[in-house]
Design a protein around this ligand. Structure first.
Ligand SMILES: [Zn+2]
Length: 179
């Protein structure tokens, strides 16, 4: 057992020194964790990972429930929006040369290794489990951004000529008009 590790940079579970049986760990996942991944859509987070590790002979099962919220770009106004996350990653770890455990994913490890880093797996799960719609509630989008974005895409008469030149779609519209 261990207490909540706030803003963990990685999710690691011990292997070699771990006694057989069940063990529980808790990690706090914040922006520092997602900062490790380049081009991450998630740029901040307030998540708690409850990790249950069961060690057997030749295998280990890791059940990792992750709950909380993450910050992504709003699809409508491009500003920060916090969306909920709640998923469980079921990971089977097979010690080299032994039988495979049951789980959605399995990885192999040396039984004497110090610990296993599950960060990449948890990161992939977090990205896969993002809601399809990442938008603010109605009326909570930044009105100035909405105005700015819709002006660019709908109102072709807006902006100076200099601004228009920098927008490839404006140039395209001009071409179509000339035909
Ligand atoms: Zn928005």
């Amino acid at each position: 057992m261990s207490g909540l590790l706030k803003d963990s940079k990685a999710i690691r579970v011990p292997v070699g020194a771990l006694a057989p049986g069940k063990h529980n760990y808790q990690f706090g996942i914040g922006g520092a964790f997602f900062g490790n991944f380049e081009n991450s859509e998630i740029f901040d987070a307030d998540l708690v990972a409850n990790v249950e590790v069961e060690k057997g002979r030749g295998w280990m099962n890791v059940k990792c429930n992750v709950k909380g919220s993450v910050a992504v770009e709003c699809d409508r106004c491009l500003e920060r929006v916090d969306v909920p996350e709640n998923f469980t990653a079921d990971i089977a770890i097979k010690f080299t040369g032994d039988e495979v455990g049951n789980g959605d994913d399995f990885i192999t490890a040396n039984p004497d290794t110090d610990s296993i880093d599950l960060s990449q797996l948890i990161y992939d799960y977090a990205c896969m489990n993002l809601p399809l719609q990442r938008v603010h509630k109605d009326g909570e989008c930044n009105p100035q951004m909405i105005k700015y974005i819709s002006k660019d895409s709908i109102d072709a008469s807006g902006g100076t000529d200099e601004e228009k030149k920098n927008l490839p779609f404006e140039a395209l519209k001009d071409l179509l008009k000339k035909k």
